[in-house]
Write a new protein. Structure first.
Length: 242
């Protein structure tokens, strides 16, 4: 479903555009006049996010996509380019948290976790970088986690994928930064304040990260002057121990 013509001059892609941070990211860029391409596996989820952006006055289009499927990613980004133009900013926010003992984690579950937490970032980067390089500018932002920096008990599959995504971001920054592409990795060190996190219990709201506040950080990364780019930063609520 599309909402604007291809003549839109500013396009952003949010991969992993679900409730919470995905919605906040989409709306933050839409507020600045971007048409936002929304990517997620669930069409129902995408409709909700698109509706929220549109209700707030923004422009968005939905592209149901399995971020681990190279052909699906290629086709969806081709549609985005055809309908609105090439994105000048892409946020890879897709991920899955798989927590289980190492011996209880089947190899296929480990691989599935790695595919969404790491490989999807590779596939999406390959789709947006050529146009960014041709334009001489662009922004790639990757969502990390505490597990990007240290592996924990019962989180081997999650940490392996997030470590890999962080390494990807570092490698791309070193290769493409000198060519005008800003690549940054954001370590989200804490629990995001969402309906799902409320349902699970856990920390009080003051100990959770606001999705809107995180989205503002991403926007500021995109706006940074090339003379002082950030490659990695971490965000956490004030009471969080680290």
């Amino acid at each position: 479903m599309t909402t604007t013509a291809k003549s839109a001059t500013k396009v952003a892609a949010v991969v992993g555009a679900g409730p919470g941070l995905g919605t906040a990211l989409a709306w933050r860029f839409a507020r600045e006049g971007y048409t936002v391409g929304l990517f997620a596996r669930s069409e129902g989820t995408l409709r909700q996010v698109q509706h929220a952006v549109q209700q707030a006055g923004g422009l968005a289009s939905s592209y149901p996509t399995d971020a681990t499927d190279a052909d699906a990613v290629k086709a969806s980004f081709a549609r985005l380019r055809e309908e609105h133009g090439a994105p000048e900013v892409c946020v890879y926010n897709a991920g899955v948290f798989h927590m289980a003992g190492f011996l209880e984690t089947a190899p296929e579950d480990f691989e599935a976790s790695w595919r969404i937490n790491c490989l999807g970032g590779v596939l999406c980067a390959r789709e947006v970088l050529p146009a960014m390089l041709e334009a001489g500018h662009g922004t790639l932002l990757f969502t990390g986690a505490t597990a990007s920096l240290r592996g924990g008990a019962r989180s081997a599959s999650f940490a392996a994928g997030k470590f890999g995504l962080r390494a990807l971001a570092q490698s791309l920054a070193r290769e493409f930064g000198p060519r005008g592409i800003h690549v940054a990795h954001v370590v989200i060190d804490g629990i995001i304040d969402t309906d799902r996190s409320h349902a699970r219990g856990g920390p009080k709201p003051a100990h959770r990260l606001s999705p809107d506040a995180i989205a503002e950080t991403y926007w500021q990364l995109h706006r940074q002057d090339a003379s002082a780019w950030t490659q990695e930063l971490d965000v956490r609520p004030a009471p969080e121990k680290f």
